[in-house]
Design a protein around this ligand. Structure first.
Ligand code: SF4
Length: 533
């Protein structure tokens, strides 16, 4: 085929001897040209350099269909994983393993790809379903695995067993069960219900020195994993204290995988990494991806490594998110977030050359945090926004009205500190909610004073209208910490308290059912002990 460029630069003429797919990056639009030996005309705004023409039929030659993994000779099956949940119906007669996704029905980012689940599904040749589904002929499976992304999703395991008429406790189930995922701790919470819990990476062996995982797709999105682990080793972070530590995918393999994903007509790629900015080849990756018309979906960055992305900001989203954790420099340094206030400020200024929206993740309740520093930072950031305005005089106001030279948005989300087993801060105090409530009052006022929230909302700000951006309420937090603490004595709770499972947020009343159940049980045990004395 050939595609001479129209002199106006606005039209592309193509002559193809086979059906092709034309992808015009600037418009993010796919056009399909289906007729054979077609002489078509496509209008688009952009240059030929932004356009890719991909044959869609006849099928690619066999050797082209297989992208060779340069490092472990692992083949990538083109047809696999186009949509994870499609497979359940197709293959239910043959497969012996079922993986149950325990994510709540109303979870954010339902459309995003759960890489761990995809890898297990792929390696175990498993069917996949959601926890709320009734699975036909469930008895044919030899193994049922539960993917638990977040600890509260543990509460959705028993409802699946109940719905599918399987024994709620281990004995007599007749099918082996296993649970894994980042929401599973070392706390034996599932001991009475599940035969085995799996901690760590299912495919660790293949990724022990460098990351070799293949790309995965869902709808029009793809995930290419870049790194595992993180060199930062923040003292509260559960993720990084696993071994082996920081590993990266070779850039040659990343490029091959980008080509492969693009050949499938997919341009939205999340380069999965706990620290995208710390990937050694990020400066080579971004322009390469852009040259293929790929939209980089990563928006999370780390301040310590942000300098790596300054030269490539134009390829990244205008909305970036970063874990600051505390606006008190001393607290940050103590918890392993080793960047100074000056470093933070200069980074923000540099990011604003490209970005218009920055999101700061904070943690309330870190040991000895100094919140007066947080309020100082709100003022600094409020003032910084004002520098992106200037006065424009008009007929009615020769002094001038303030106009934005660039609309800047700063957002803040605060999670509660959750001291976790296996981290350096595991024995630190939990959040004191009396103090947190006092803090929040001041925080809301400061957000209004510094122009981050509309004045009209004065006196009306609370957990509801902050939509999860100020962390869990006390009872829901207590429930979460109970789950993290774990222990076999929680088996009865998991079996009895939430027969219909839980959603993303758990209300006070719902949380109390769990917490009261424990207290009631403890009282019963104490009474029995007293009686036996
Ligand atoms: S930078 Fe993020 S992923 Fe890395 S250790 Fe710190 S909190 Fe964990």
């Amino acid at each position: 085929m050939n595609w001479p460029q129209c002199p106006t630069g606005k039209s592309l003429f193509i002559k193809a001897n086979a059906p092709v797919r034309i992808v015009t990056a600037p418009m993010k639009r796919l056009r399909y040209v289906r007729s054979v030996a077609l002489h078509g005309k496509v209008h688009y705004r952009g240059s030929v350099a932004d356009t890719t023409i991909i044959p869609i039929s006849p099928p690619l030659a066999k050797e082209e269909r297989t992208v060779r993994n340069a490092h472990n000779n692992m083949n990538i099956n083109q047809n696999a994983n186009l949509d994870l949940f499609d497979d359940l119906n197709k293959s239910k007669e043959q497969k012996k393993v079922l993986v149950v996704d325990t994510v709540p029905k109303d979870a954010r980012n339902q459309g995003s790809i759960n890489l761990g689940l995809e890898i297990v599904k792929d390696k175990m040749d498993a069917d996949v379903c959601h926890w709320w589904e009734m699975v036909p002929n469930v008895g044919k499976y030899e193994l049922i695995g539960f993917n638990v992304f977040y600890p509260t999703a543990l509460l959705n395991i028993v409802p699946f067993l109940r719905k599918n008429n399987l024994s709620l406790l281990k004995p007599g189930r007749g099918i082996k069960t296993i649970a894994g995922g980042p929401g599973i701790g070392h706390n034996n919470i599932l001991g009475g219900i599940i035969d085995e819990t799996f901690l760590g990476e299912y495919d660790e062996f293949e990724n022990i020195k460098e990351i070799t995982s293949k790309p995965y797709f869902k709808g029009n999105k793809a995930v290419i994993e870049l790194t595992r682990g993180c060199r930062s080793r923040c003292h509260f972070c559960e993720y990084i204290w696993s071994n082996p530590s920081n590993r990266q995918k070779p850039i040659e393999l990343v490029k091959e995988q980008i080509d492969y994903v693009v050949s499938k007509g997919i341009r939205n790629i999340n380069f999965m990494s706990a620290n995208f900015t710390g990937y050694h080849h990020v400066q080579e990756l971004a322009p390469y991806a852009a040259s293929k018309g790929v939209v980089i979906k990563n928006s999370d960055i780390t301040i310590r490594d942000a300098h790596n992305i300054f030269p490539i900001l134009k390829y990244l989203p205008k909305y970036l998110k970063m874990g600051v954790e505390s606006f008190d420099e001393k607290t940050r340094i103590k918890i392993g977030k080793k960047f100074t206030d000056e470093h933070l400020f200069l980074t923000i200024k540099k990011l604003l050359r490209h970005c218009s929206d920055l999101h700061f993740y904070l943690i309330y309740g870190l040991p000895d945090d100094d919140y007066t520093k947080w309020f100082k930072w709100l003022k600094i950031l409020g003032d910084l926004r004002k520098t992106y305005r200037h006065k424009v005089p008009n007929l009615f106001n020769p002094e001038g009205e303030l106009e934005n030279t660039k609309p800047i948005r700063f957002e803040f989300s605060i999670t509660n500190f959750e001291p976790a087993d296996g981290t350096l801060l595991e024995s630190a105090n939990q959040v004191d909610f009396k103090e947190k409530n006092k803090f929040l009052k001041k925080w809301f006022s400061a957000l209004i004073e510094n122009g981050f929230v509309d004045k009209k909302l004065k006196g009306r700000l609370d957990y509801k209208n902050f939509k999860g951006r100020i962390g869990r309420k006390k009872k829901s937090y207590d429930l979460l910490m109970e789950l993290k603490k774990g222990g076999p004595e929680l088996t009865d709770h998991l079996v009895n308290v939430y027969p219909n499972g839980v959603g993303r947020s758990i209300s006070d009343d719902e949380s109390m059912k769990f917490l009261n159940f424990r207290q009631k049980k403890e009282r019963t045990v104490q009474n029995a002990q007293i009686r036996s004395r």
